[in-house]
Design a protein around this ligand. Structure first.
Ligand SMILES: [Zn+2]
Ligand SMILES: [Zn+2]
Length: 143
């Protein structure tokens, strides 16, 4: 399988399988966030795709927990195995999904690294992938 066609649903879930979801393509290209909250929450940094909420479907969610990590956003994770899965900002019409939780190949590319002013000192970024010091970046939906 190479990537996702427009009609094919994309599935994914946590390490233990207690949380499973489906996404209806097209998916946003991947944005990597290096802010301190993302680094703490994941142990490294966040690489996430996104879809409009109406194209996000929870299939198995009994173990899904939400943690309010800032006044304006919550992070979804599996209460059994601890996998980081989702990031949901209040008032946004999209929900972010950790790219590593998607089953198989994603067909996605990383189009932006954001909040790199807060990145860890123990890794380097691919210089061919655009970097932004703060959280503002051009919308990747069209690329
Ligand atoms: Zn799990
Ligand atoms: Zn972040």
């Amino acid at each position: 399988m190479t990537g996702n066609s427009e009609s094919e649903k994309v599935s994914g879930g946590c390490l233990c399988g207690a949380v499973r979801y489906e996404l209806e393509p097209p998916l946003r290209p991947v944005v990597a966030c290096h802010c301190l909250r993302c680094r703490r929450a994941t142990g490294h940094y966040v690489s996430a795709t996104a879809v409009p909420r109406e194209r996000f479907h929870l299939i198995e969610s009994d173990a899904l927990k939400w943690y309010r990590s800032s006044p304006h956003a919550e992070r979804g994770f599996c209460g059994v195995c601890g996998s980081n899965l989702f990031w949901s900002a209040h008032g946004r019409d999209t929900i972010s999904i950790m790219a590593g939780s998607i089953d198989g190949e994603t067909g996605l590319r990383t189009v932006a690294h954001i909040c790199v002013a807060q990145k860890g000192d123990y890794y380097d970024l691919n210089p061919s992938e655009p970097q932004y010091q703060a959280g503002d970046y051009p919308s990747p939906w069209s690329s």
